[in-house]
Design a protein around this ligand. Structure first.
Ligand code: LLP
Length: 463
């Protein structure tokens, strides 16, 4: 049986997971704007273009695999967050989603702040000229060396994550003759998932100081007593890839409750709260993310309402979106190497990257979309699985996808929504070289993170 002999049909119900869309889209050439970067489209030859540059040209000039990032889209999304929250709030882009010096400059120019969570991210931010006072430093186990560098550089805030860290940061700041602005990260007992949240009595995870048992209040009490610290607020981050605002509602309610307790006990009204990041994006057409202005409105209203009820001055709000800004702005461009139909199951399409450039499918069971981008095709849809070149069977990039049945080696595929947590979580597994990040804008492409070379690999191997 040829590959095209088992297109969409009842058989797919047997091999697709429960709940997965079981019919192919009407036209495989159509690119759902929800999952693709804003400037992506097909030209008259059926070739996909982004920022005015076609993917065949990109593949020829920069090779594959490559992350292709739409700079105008990145800037537009950053601006949309900035505008939505306005002058009375702050937006900190979460650098862990993807960070490079070009990105830091774009953020700076668009008026966003930056959340970093390691010495490496801090070094990247500072080397690209992000003013230190617009940097927040995170992490549940910052080294004394990292804290020292952050305080010395003058970061705008350090988010304290444990009782030990309260003392550590206070001591380091004092030894440098400084008073460090800090927030205290608490765990509010809300565990957020994509479409649900579960209120838990106690948190069973490594981040933050539990609100439960008065621990968070005790942390604030201790921090307020230390000369090296200026306690500016409370921080809460409830999870990632969240669509449902109700988790934030519970979190805001509990954070404001703590602010009230602090006011009642110490006579201090902390001026800021940070509600973290975690807003979801569309990886497939089934996902329905919220727009920044809806999120800003919802969060501002929740906090305003809670503060009014508690008779508190409304604190300045900050948020830390990572994925929601960079995620949709990039796709990964791959070349097809082999096409292997497995009778009665699906067709395995091997590309020239894999779990080293996108670990999310293997790690989180993440779902992605994929499209043939080097040409349009009228062939029937076939049920496919896009896999990488690594030496293990879990090396899956897109678990279930419909691709045209005439797909052949040499075709280019693109996996959209790979801007967040793909390059930043990339590895050298099997000594595969990490792909470059190519930024495109107004008909021009430029490398912002270059492809790794074998020389790079061997440089670390000192024999
Ligand atoms: N703020 C804090 C304190 C965080 O821990 C995180 C993410 C963010 C902000 C940004 O969250 P975002 O808006 O990007 O969802 N590797 C996982 C995600 C890990 C998120 C860790 N913290 C993934 O690929 O889904």
């Amino acid at each position: 049986m040829s590959r095209s002999a088992h297109p969409a049909g009842p058989r797919h119900a047997d091999v697709l997971p429960e709940g997965h869309y079981s019919a192919p889209p009407a036209d495989l050439n159509v690119l759902d704007q929800k999952v693709w970067a804003q400037t992506v489209g097909r030209n008259d030859d059926g070739v996909v273009t982004v920022g005015g540059v076609d993917v065949k040209t990109l593949a020829e000039e920069y090779g594959t695999p490559a992350y292709v990032l739409d700079e105008a889209d990145f800037r537009a999304r950053a601006r949309a967050w900035r505008t939505a929250f306005g002058a009375d709030a702050d937006v900190f882009y979460a650098g862990k989603a993807f960070l490079s010096r070009a990105v830091v400059r774009w953020l700076d120019e668009e008026g966003l702040n930056l959340d970093v969570c390691s010495g490496g991210e801090l070094a990247t931010a500072l080397s690209a000229g992000m003013p230190a006072e617009r940097i927040a430093f995170h992490g549940n186990n910052k080294s004394t060396e990292e804290i020292h560098r952050a305080v010395e550089a003058g970061v705008g805030r350090i988010v304290l994550d444990s009782f030990q860290e309260i003392v550590r940061v206070a001591h380091i700041a004092q030894s440098l003759g400084k008073r460090q602005r800090v927030q205290i990260r608490i765990t509010v007992g809300v565990e957020a998932h994509t479409h649900e949240f579960i209120a838990t009595a106690h948190e069973d995870q490594k981040f933050g100081i539990p609100l439960a048992g008065g621990q968070a209040a005790e942390a604030v009490r201790r921090a307020l007593q230390l000369d090296g610290l200026e306690v500016i607020g409370i921080h809460s981050h409830i999870g990632s890839q969240i669509f449902d605002m109700s988790g934030f509602e519970v979190a805001a309610h509990r954070v404001v409750g703590l602010l009230k307790d602090i006011r009642d006990e110490h006579g201090v009204e902390l001026p800021e709260i940070d509600l973290g990041g975690g807003l979801g994006i569309a990886y497939t057409s089934a996902d329905d993310p919220r727009e920044p202005h809806e999120i800003a409105k919802a969060l501002t209203e929740i906090v305003g309402r809670e503060c009014e009820a508690a008779r508190l001055r409304t604190p300045r709000i900050s948020v830390e979106p990572g994925r929601a800004i960079v995620g949709p702005t990039a796709f990964t461009l791959y070349e097809v190497g082999t096409v292997k139909p497995l009778e009665g199951l699906r067709t395995y399409v091997s590309v020239d990257g894999g779990m080293s450039d996108n670990i999310r499918t293997a790690l989180y069971d993440a779902e992605y979309s994929v499209a043939l981008v080097s040409r349009a095709s009228d062939a029937e849809p076939m049920l496919a699985r896009v896999v990488g070149k690594h030496c293990e069977s879990g090396d899956i990039v897109v678990k279930d996808a419909f691709l045209p049945a005439d797909l052949a080696p040499g075709d280019l595929l693109a996996v959209p929504a790979t801007g967040a947590y793909c390059r930043s979580m990339a590895s050298n597994y099997n000594h595969v070289l990490r792909p470059p990040v190519v930024a495109v804008k107004d008909g021009e492409a430029r490398v912002i993170v270059r492809r790794e070379t074998e020389e790079d690999l061997l440089r670390l191997d000192v024999g």
